[in-house]
Design a protein around this ligand. Structure first.
Ligand code: HEM
Length: 432
């Protein structure tokens, strides 16, 4: 059961605080109960125990208020992102429980982190990301062409999953004829419950993708082209070339960070707009409203619900005496609905302004791909509004993720629409 069971009072400035023992709660962000009730669970926690402690997964604190998440994430000396796989290490990286696969640079701390972030920055600027808009639109057109004459599609399998998968593959320099594998696996790996035969199958698929990445890394070392993997094979950080292992850690992060998060953003928007047809029409009337709507969907659904840190030194935080090695979950999803940061936080206001949500995190690790995600959202929604008339999303037949512990998404989402005509697409000519 994921619920806040007890209340604590927050410390006043200058007040000596006895470590609260009644802030121990039953909380498991991966549980099905949490997936169903995260909005009310977090509301309850913000009210009663904004910094709480759960004994799940070896124990961790949960920060639920906007200001507390911002304070912790801004203090990367005290709240470390490092994932160190060595025996006995206290550093568990940004996932609870820790991921066995280290992600670079998101699971690194300064000073090592800075060289990698600097290397990646030019490939993620607003200008460079937006230069991929024509490719993204062409791929979206191709995906819609596959279904446009039939009058039905699965909004996730046929659209919201393939488009980000293809964009990240192209950005990295992976062969695009494997697009179905990238799309299916990067989606399934996020929602398939561990310890099931389906998960073993998905893991095999992921290893297949990583083997393809490794092949491209080896090729580009010898013969570089104009893509991110080539840039990584030719680069140096602090005077040394990047090992293949390090390049794989970066590629894995770009695939994992870039694909299903954007899929989840789009899917939640599709579902919400089905239930608010007047708002769908409002966007159709003037698609220049889409960028602001994107920010509001990011805030209200928070595709990446929360990520973790490890405490590097004994510190008092939010009335708690945290110890070196303690793990802390930064609940972005809760921060984004904190009434102290957003008026009427549970209301969706598509032109909300200002909208300083934490969906992309904050601080030195703030999402590198935010400009890609925003551009993809706008392009996919524009094409959907332009081409899918009478869209009817079958929410009764759609399925949410059983766990929203990391990504808050949907497994599938069938829909019907008025059949239309095919549009010209270069991607379609080459790959279908
Ligand atoms: C809606 C879509 C997305 C969401 C909600 C999202 C969310 C996040 C968040 C919360 C972080 C911060 C991690 C931390 O503080 O520990 C992050 C980092 C990152 N994201 Fe995204 N992301 C999205 C899309 C993308 C895309 C499209 C890409 C790549 C094409 C990407 C690549 C990355 C990378 C490389 C980092 C690590 C940055 C660093 O450590 O310096 N993300 N993302």
């Amino acid at each position: 059961m994921a619920q806040a069971t007890a209340a604590i009072r927050r410390a006043q400035p200058g007040e000596t605080v006895t470590p609260p023992t009644n802030a121990e709660i039953m909380f498991d962000h991966h549980s099905a109960d949490h997936a169903d009730n995260w909005v009310s669970v977090y509301e309850n926690m913000r009210d009663k125990c904004p910094v709480a402690h759960s004994s799940s997964y070896g124990g961790f604190y949960v920060l639920t208020k906007y200001a507390d998440v911002a304070a912790a994430i801004g203090d990367d000396d005290t709240f470390s992102s490092l994932n160190q796989q060595e025996e006995g290490s206290i550093f568990g990286g940004i996932i609870i429980p820790p991921s066995p696969m280290v992600s670079c640079p998101v699971e690194m701390d300064p000073p090592d982190f800075h060289g990698y972030r600097k290397l990646l920055n030019p490939y993620f600027t607003p200008r460079y990301s937006n230069s991929w808009e024509p490719f993204t639109r062409d791929v979206t057109t191709a995906m819609l062409n596959r279904v446009i004459e039939s009058g039905k599609l699965d909004l996730i399998h046929d659209l919201a999953s393939p488009v980000p998968a293809l964009l990240t593959a192209k950005l990295l320099g992976l062969p695009l004829h494997d697009w179905r594998l990238y799309s299916d696996i990067s989606h399934k790996v996020v929602y398939t419950p561990r310890d099931t035969p389906e998960f073993d199958e998905t893991t095999k698929g992921l290893l297949e993708i990583l083997a393809k990445v490794q092949l491209v890394v080896d090729e580009r070392r010898v013969e570089p082209k104009d893509d991110l993997i080539s840039a990584l094979t030719q680069a140096t950080v602090n005077g040394s070339p990047l090992s293949s292992e390090r390049i794989m850690e970066i590629c894995h992060l770009v695939i994992a960070g870039g694909n299903d998060t954007t899929t989840a953003l789009l899917s939640n928007a599709f579902a919400w707009l089905q239930e608010h047809p007047d708002q769908l029409e409002w966007l159709r009337e003037d698609p220049s409203r889409l960028p602001a709507a994107c920010e509001e969907f990011l805030r209200i659904f928070t595709p990446t619900q929360g990520l973790a840190r490890t405490v590097t030194r004994d510190v008092e935080f939010g009335g708690h005496q945290m110890k070196r090695g303690d793990r802390v979950l930064l609940a972005f999803a809760s921060a984004n609905r904190d009434p102290e940061a957003f008026p009427n936080p549970d209301e969706v206001v598509l032109d909300r302004f200002p909208n300083r949500h934490q969906a992309f995190g904050l601080g030195i690790h703030r999402c590198l791909g935010s400009n890609y995600a925003r551009m993809e959202f706008v392009v996919v929604m524009e094409e959907l509004l332009r081409r899918l008339d009478d869209l009817d999303v079958k929410l009764d037949a759609a399925h949410r993720y059983e766990s929203v512990g990391i990504v808050n998404g949907w497994v599938d989402m069938p829909a019907t629409f008025k059949p239309g005509e095919r549009f010209d697409s270069e991607f379609e000519k080459e790959f279908f």
